[in-house]
Design a binder for this molecule. Sequence first.
Ligand SMILES: Nc1ncnc2c1ncn2[C@@H]1O[C@H](COP(=O)(O)OP(=O)(O)OP(=O)(O)O)[C@@H](O)[C@H]1O
Length: 326
Amino acid sequence: MPHGEPLLAIRGLNVEFGLPARPVRAVADADLTLAPGEILGIAGESGSGKTTLCAAVMRTLPRTARVSGRVEFAGKELLSLPEREMARLRGRDLAMVLQNPMTSLDPLYTIGNQLEEVLRERRRGGGAGRLGSAVEVLRRVHLTAPELRLRQYPHQLSGGMRQRVLVGMATAAAPRLLIADEPTTALDASIQDEILILFRELRESAGTAVVIVTHDLSAIRRLSDRVVIMYAGRIVEEGPTVEVFRAPRHPYTQALLASLPRIEEEEVVLQPIPGQVPDLARLPPGCAFAARCPAAIPLCREERPRERTVGERHRVFCWRAGEGAA
Ligand SMILES: Nc1ncnc2c1ncn2[C@@H]1O[C@H](COP(=O)(O)OP(=O)(O)OP(=O)(O)O)[C@@H](O)[C@H]1O
């Protein structure tokens, strides 16, 4: 790839749940790379495998999940890494922020107690050297009155403040990769942007790469360098954000973006597309989107589309993408 060694390289990743005889393939044949400091947005309807993909990288999938393929992070293959080494990576080089900031903080302890505990852990793990104090962590995420916040309990903070605290905790050791799974879904629109700006700052100050899973396509457009669109467990399109938004090539991406207004500031969530997401345990032999696709031809129902390159680093899995029809 043109940007040197990738920080993260996912190759042929498969994640299955359920009985082996009737597996639910939550992620199928995923290939994806991320350069250091790059911001990648992942979008797709509910159940398309976004969370499962992220959890496979963090190795936080339930034990019932069957995982195959490779996940290389900074030269290490994570899927076969001993849990002890994986635990050391998590929270230091690899961090995660989740959707619900309330459940990630312990209601019985003050913010200060919890932050100190995280900092102690990071120091034990040989943090990246810029940990600083708890107050500094809160300043870095622009929390007002940080000294006061340290003495408060989670319920005394607003949702936006709690998410700032969690972003601060997750990124205290300047991780090389931050995975944010719908980090702003539970927050007011006005606060969402402020949280997203934190990610950008983190990239600027610490060179952190960010994977952000969101239903908010306009956030992806504003924030990310590259975008991945997932459908029924598969990556269907991937490319530079500007290019994918300007000229989406997969009919599914086109349908998602059709409703996107020109005004950049407006929040745009995924619009429902006619038809239903197929049952992952009973996928058709061809393209999983064929039944809902306005451009489908018989081949689409028979054979799974192969990867096509349609621009620099822009790829799409659609039989019709090369024809200009899609
Ligand atoms: N622990 C599990 N056991 C069984 N099936 C699971 C499990 N976790 C996820 N799945 C299935 O895997 C598929 C992908 O789910 P996933 O949560 O990754 O989708 P998603 O794109 O993140 O959805 P959302 O936007 O709603 O978070 C779904 O069909 C889901 O039912």
